[in-house]
Design a protein around this ligand. Structure first.
Ligand code: ADP
Ligand code: MG
Length: 339
């Protein structure tokens, strides 16, 4: 199978929204009046971001999901994407499920594959997504005139929220790399989160005009919230008593039926939640006056959200337990696993 047959067979599809899709030197997108183009790129490199033996259907899903997650974080509606692919060989038994996983998620979000590049080389998947977001009034002087959710809008007193569940992807990674033992039922739940993350596109759209700042959680909650704090020039206090319950698989461990050698320490659970990475949930801030609106956005997008802290004027990130007592922040790295 040659390069062009490969593109034709697996990556050429009708593109009813785009003016021009795969097959010419450029694709063409028509922006609607009053809309800005939101653009983001994410690269997945074999062995660094995923195991080469990963189920190709799941890998196709994840490669696009991590990109859609960036659009979600900006409150942008997905329009289209390009796919730059380096492949060791043109293997139809790999390409078929890969393209199916990729295009199924694309269809679910109305996001059209409009072009790309294909080359022989070590497995590497690079996607660029294009989305649209309405022009809007600048939130403050010096801010861009957009309705996009930015990292720079958090204000002292704002609530901090996260969507969905956190930490399970990291738990799965620890188990798959042999650093911990998980019962099969738990590993299956956690592995789903690692390999098939859910981009929170509908929530991002519903939060436009409600959230003051947002980011998606790809490197861990503390790190990605840290970006919001840095860009907004503020600090924050987070409640670890709430955070620990964000681990979806935590429920399994609190059941008496799990054998002792599988028990997850609170420290390890918190590490996964606070610094795990690969979650692809949203962390966002909103003024306290918007609590009802945040709940409405959550309901409208069928996406659970949890309020986990507050933005402070004082810089820095403070962790407290369920009683408000300080908790030492030892969660910024995963060295504990390597001990
Ligand atoms: P060029 O040489 O002009 O860069 P190519 O010959 O590489 O173009 O690609 C031919 C067409 O196929 C282009 O429209 C390109 O966008 C598209 N294409 C190439 N690889 C992919 C891919 N992996 N997925 C989707 N479209 C692709
Ligand atoms: Mg080319």
């Amino acid at each position: 199978m040659g390069e062009f047959e490969l593109i034709q067979r697996f990556f050429t599809r009708p593109t009813p929204q785009a003016v021009l899709g795969v097959g010419d030197d450029c694709a063409l997108l028509q922006m609607a009046p009053g809309m800005q183009l939101a653009v983001s790129t994410d690269m997945l490199v074999a062995q660094r971001h995923f195991f080469a033996a990963t189920d190709p259907h799941r890998l196709g899903h994840k490669a696009l999901a991590v990109n859609l997650s960036d659009l979600a974080a900006c409150g942008a509606r997905p329009l289209a994407f390009t796919l730059a692919l380096a492949l060791p060989e043109a293997d139809a038994t790999w390409l078929e499920p890969f393209s199916q996983g990729l295009l199924a998620l694309a269809d679910a979000h109305g996001c059209e594959l409009i072009g790309g590049d294909t080359t022989q080389g070590p497995l590497n998947i690079c996607i660029t997504v294009f989305g649209e977001v309405p022009v809007g009034a600048a939130q403050r002087p010096g801010q861009p005139a957009t309705l996009a959710l930015l990292r720079s809008g958090a204000q002292p007193g704002d609530d901090i929220y996260v969507s969905g569940t956190l930490g399970d992807a990291r738990l799965a990674l620890e188990a798959l790399q042999g650093r911990m033992d998980l019962p099969d039922a738990v590993l299956n739940v956690a592995r789903q989160r690692l390999e098939q993350p859910t981009p929170r596109v509908a929530l991002g759209l519903a939060l436009r005009g409600v959230a003051s700042a947002a980011a998606d959680i790809s490197d861990g909650l503390l790190g990605d919230l840290g970006h919001i704090l840095q860009c907004s020039g503020v600090g924050a206090t987070l409640d670890t008593g709430i955070a620990i319950n964000l681990l979806a698989t935590q429920a399994y461990f609190t059941r008496a039926s799990i054998p002792f050698n599988y028990m997850l320490s609170p420290q390890l659970a918190l590490q996964c939640v606070l610094a795990g990475g690969d979650d692809y949930e949203l962390v966002f801030t909103a003024p306290a006056a918007q609590r009802a609106a945040v709940q409405a956005a959550s309901a409208a997008s069928a996406t659970p959200v949890t309020r986990i802290g507050q933005i402070d004027a004082a810089p820095g990130l403070r962790l407290v337990d369920g009683h408000g007592a300080p908790v030492a922040n030892t969660f910024t790295s995963f060295d504990h696993f390597k001990a």
